[in-house]
Design a binder for this molecule. Sequence first.
Ligand code: KIV
Length: 272
Amino acid sequence: MSSVKKEVKRVTTHTLQKMKAAGEKISMLTAYDYSFARIIDGAGIDVILVGDSASNVMAGHETTLPVTLDQMIYHASSVIRGIERCFVVVDLPFGSYQSNSEIALASAIRIMKETGAHAVKLEGGAEVTDSIKKIVSAGIPVMGHLGLMPQSIYKFGTYEVRAREEKEAGILSQDAQALQEAGCFALVLEKIPAELAATVSAGLTIPTIGIGAGNGCDGQVLVMHDMLGINTEFKPRFLRQYLNIAEQATSAVQQYIRDVKSGDFPNKQEQY
Ligand code: KIV
């Protein structure tokens, strides 16, 4: 008897480029572990982002700043073991690329070598283009990230919408062009006015992935814990919550506690 191996057509940077050209929207979600990566990839997502939001939703930190390169590598290698088809991008965490392009390249190489991921993402505009060029010249695809950049939260001082003012909007548009020229294969646009995001997206040949940036982007990303209702305290206007896992898990755990206390669990069929 011969076993027929299922042929899986993997998503690549080329696929994402073709999707933009064809006007097909790109779906992206974050994931940080094997089990959820399996579910999300199995559901047919195009891109998984192993975001440095792991610092918030996995480790309980207030900001993304504390997560380390070693911790991101742990999360990313777990995700990679759970996927078959989607494209996996890993955030370069705060402090792993800002010093200079050599350090940025060394961090990106560690991620690619130790996790098996397909690309890295970093935050910033013109000031990070040297690092992007260096990483891309080593054959590593880079996703950029503009608008609200959580690694700069202490500089911004607020998680409010960015680039509402003409001056900041102009700088963002120039930065988007600079990132494309530096070799980014895609850009995340976070929490900026929908009109600006649509104009920036239309002016680029590479795809943009929006979060709180409206419907004119070439794709959308959400943090998995927010859209599945695992983390229910975070309710920004841009978030659509598809499930309330926190509520369902709480009642399941409460039922389990009742069953243990009453002696109902385990029953005869649940023991040897
Ligand atoms: O870390 C993250 O989850 C992100 C997304 C919000 C884009 O960067």
